[in-house]
Design a binder for this molecule. Structure first.
Ligand code: G1P
Ligand code: ZN
Length: 543
């Protein structure tokens, strides 16, 4: 096998964000850009030499070409075995599971999640470690440092493998093993959930729709819902993955998937609908004319977990990202289990999962998962909800309302401000940071500020500290506002403002959606001096 060392010059923008390196597709297709980043990972993780690597992506534009490049670099850097999902496809949770079940030394996930795909869209690369979880900050920083000083990459002259043929093929001295992307994952779901009860539900006249949004979950949903559980074919919508996701924005939330919300508001609506995102790790759960807020979803799953086979023995603990609504905290307190509060980004849950401290975790950004993987998992959440419906005989809305009555409710909403000029979004954070000491004591419309701070997290497992993870403002009436800057964008900056207001769970006069936060968004806008600093009079997105 002929390995060539190709001279290259470093790119200065290869610092991974909230979830891997995410850039415009055209940035990734520049000569040397992908090669450099991959080489920086190989240089930083020496265990990959002689080791096993998993790779696959969400099927977006450039997926196959990027995998062909990876094959050359993996062989050039001495990888012994490269396991790839057939057709280059692997959902993020399935990739995480495969890394773990095959005891691989790591994996490359080619995805920009819910960001649009195509030549004018986005592309991304995430490196996951041997536990199946996203690389920790110390590692992504080391990769960035390596990328900034890179002078060459190593590429083997091997013929490209046939990614559509299941089985082993040689690529120089490396073995490429093409595997069914669905089978292992579906078998894991069968172990966690009561497939007999689910089959009874889905073949018994219960009407449901799962929308794959032309992204990676199509083949998974077909195999699980139609083949294994007997649901009618038309239960899976937009089930064929397309390189540009059919021109859509594959993000399962009531704004980007409003067609599904409309479907559920129609007179002949099915009883349940759900969707997942580009790479299959997010989920949205809808009942008839009712959308489940992600923070509520996490809380309901935690409270009801004992009714599902995989969690019948109880939960060691739960965790939520800091900006996520505090609904799950009340469940943890009732169950007498710990509830951890981590910075935004799934990687912060991984140490807690790995150390056995938690079994369920979630984020307000439509992400939920458990100790079965080290990534969030869209289809897992859908199966969990269906399992609860099957064993309780209740609808989605009944389950949530009963939960609110029992535990109380945290009304929640997120306001996003997309600011083309990144510095102006940063200015909001700077002025708030400068006022942290003077804020306590000032009157908002609902309450008085009694605490304002910049969130810093000390990982209880490895002691690492992540500072500046968002500003949180607490009011004496229980309201909470959080401000932070997005770490997944590929241009400009997005200021995220998270609103959490505790309300009475059984108050029928309150809206069932995020509008129940009332005037908290207006208060947050004023407190952040957002109009003056960004020029925006209102949020550009409300989720
Ligand atoms: C967003 C979400 C965050 C999630 C991440 C990856 O990151 O807010 O919860 O983990 O996408 O899906 P952000 O753009 O806010 O940095
Ligand atoms: Zn995703």
């Amino acid at each position: 096998m002929n390995v060539t060392s190709i001279a290259t010059r470093p790119f200065d923008d290869q610092r991974p964000g909230t979830a891997g390196l995410r850039k415009k597709t055209r940035v990734f297709t520049q000569p040397g850009y992908l090669e450099n980043f991959l080489q920086a990972v190989f240089d930083t993780v020496p265990d990959l030499r002689g080791g096993t690597l998993v790779a696959g992506g969400d099927g977006r534009y450039f997926n196959r070409e990027a995998l062909a490049t990876l094959v050359g670099l993996a062989a050039g850097n001495g990888v012994r075995r490269l396991i790839i999902g057939q057709g280059g496809i692997l959902s993020t949770p399935a990739a995480s599971h495969l890394i773990r079940s095959r005891r691989a030394d790591g994996g490359f996930l080619l995805t920009a999640s819910h960001n649009p795909g195509g030549p004018d869209g986005d592309f991304g690369v995430k490196f996951n470690v041997a536990s199946g979880g996203q690389a920790p900050e110390s590692l992504t920083e080391a990769v960035y440092q390596a990328s900034s000083a890179l002078g060459r990459y190593l590429i083997a002259d091997v013929s490209p493998p046939d990614l559509d043929r299941i089985g082993e093929q040689a690529a120089g001295e490396m073995i490429v093993e093409v595997v069914d992307p669905v089978g292992d994952y579906a078998a894991l779901m069968e172990r966690l959930f009561d497939f007999d009860r689910l089959r009874d539900l889905l073949t018994g006249g219960f009407r449901f729709r799962f929308d794959a949004l032309h992204a990676v979950t199509g083949p998974y949903a077909r195999d699980i819902f139609v083949n294994r559980l007997g649901a009618p074919e038309d239960s899976v919508l937009n089930g064929v993955p397309l390189p540009d996701f059919g021109g859509g924005h594959p993000d399962p939330n009531p704004v980007d998937a409003k067609h599904l919300v409309a479907l559920m508001a129609a007179p002949d609506a099915p009883e349940f609908a759900a969707a997942s995102d580009g790479d299959g790790d997010r989920n949205m759960i809808l009942g008839r004319s009712f959308a489940v807020s992600p923070g509520d979803s996490l809380a309901v799953l935690a409270a009801q977990a004992h009714r599902v086979p995989g969690y019948a023995d109880g939960l060691a603990g739960v965790a939520r990202s800091m900006p996520t609504s505090r609904a799950v905290d009340a469940v943890a307190a009732r169950l007498g289990i710990p509830c951890f509060e981590t910075p935004t980004g799934w990687r912060f849950f991984c140490n807690l999962l790995e150390d056995g401290r938690i079994d369920l975790c979630g984020e307000e950004s439509y992400g939920t998962s458990s100790s079965h993987a080290r990534e969030k998992d869209g289809l897992w959440a859908v199966l969990f909800w269906l399992n609860l419906i099957a064993v309780s005989g209740r609808s989605v809305e009944e389950l949530v309302r009963a939960h609110w009555t029992d535990f109380g409710r945290n009304a929640f909403r997120r306001h996003d401000y997309f600011v083309p000029e990144a510095a102006r979004a940063a200015a909001v954070m700077e002025q708030l940071t400068g006022r942290l000491d003077s804020l306590p004591g000032s009157q908002g419309s609902g309450g008085v500020i009694d605490r304002a701070e910049s969130f810093s997290y000390e990982d209880p497992v490895d002691g690492s500290v992540s500072a500046n993870q968002g500003i949180r403002v607490f009011f004496d009436n229980g309201d909470r506002i959080v401000y932070r800057l997005s770490g997944t964008g590929t241009s400009g900056a997005t200021l995220r403002v998270y609103l959490d207001r505790p309300v009475r769970g059984d108050d029928p006069s309150l809206p069932a959606d995020g509008a129940a936060v009332g005037d908290l968004g207006g208060q947050a806008h004023e407190l952040g001096d957002i109009t003056r600093l960004t020029g925006l009079k209102e949020p550009t997105g409300v989720i």
